[in-house]
Design a protein around this ligand. Sequence first.
Ligand code: ZN
Length: 282
Amino acid sequence: MPELPEVETMCRGLAPVVGLQIQTVRFPKSHLCDIEMSPSKRVFRRRAEGRSVTGVRRIGKRVIIDLDSCDSVVFEPRMTGRVLLTEPPDREHVRAVFGFMEPDVPSLSFWSSRGLSTLHLLTPERLAAVIGPDRLGPDALQITADQLCERLRTSRRPVKVALLDQKVVAGIGNIYASEILHRARLQPETLCHQISRRSWRRIQSETVAVLLEAIQAKGSTLRDGNYRTASDERGGFQDRHRVYGREALPCLQCGRGFIRRIVQAQRSTYFCPVCQRAPTSS
Ligand SMILES: [Zn+2]
């Protein structure tokens, strides 16, 4: 968290800053540990101040703000980070503030309560080295069924765990992996090499379907309340989760199964034991 739909929603909410010129970059003082950041605050400021924003885009689970110098500001919210165009929830956890030349435009704040977020200013070369195609798989909205199948068909990992691997496919996290596999009717412990080409096609098409629906609903804000949009709204997709967080509740698809929670690679996985079968029986 946040995953592709939440970060995509953040990016769309930041569209108003495109074309604006950055006047100041501030890193408010706090007793908290600094978040992971590069370059130094002094160099960051020197390279960003006075620059105009040429675009806002998403790479995997990161928000990218491109500058007219060709540098990019890369925000990685991780668990609790927010990129806000509104007043942050408190001053203490504000990690960076970008002020703009244009009057009447709110500042952009990077707020992170647990300090796991990262902030980098990268040249195009560094950007490619850090999160280019060698480091991140194709985006989950772009990957084809053949690509997904090629990347995983010999893997002996459980499919749920493999879908979280950002080197395989970028953007899927713990919530959407469970939702995708439920819709694709695949048991999450199924080993990748046991999955048929037909099932990979189903996984790919349900990936796109779930993620687009979630983007339309502005992502999922769980009970922890961590995720908010750039304009400080809750997402709406949490009310449409079919399995995630629904342990012991009846399956919304078949009405016969009760959602089970298991732990895979230290993360909770939710599935319906009735509609998600092993691939041999599908
Ligand atoms: Zn079911």
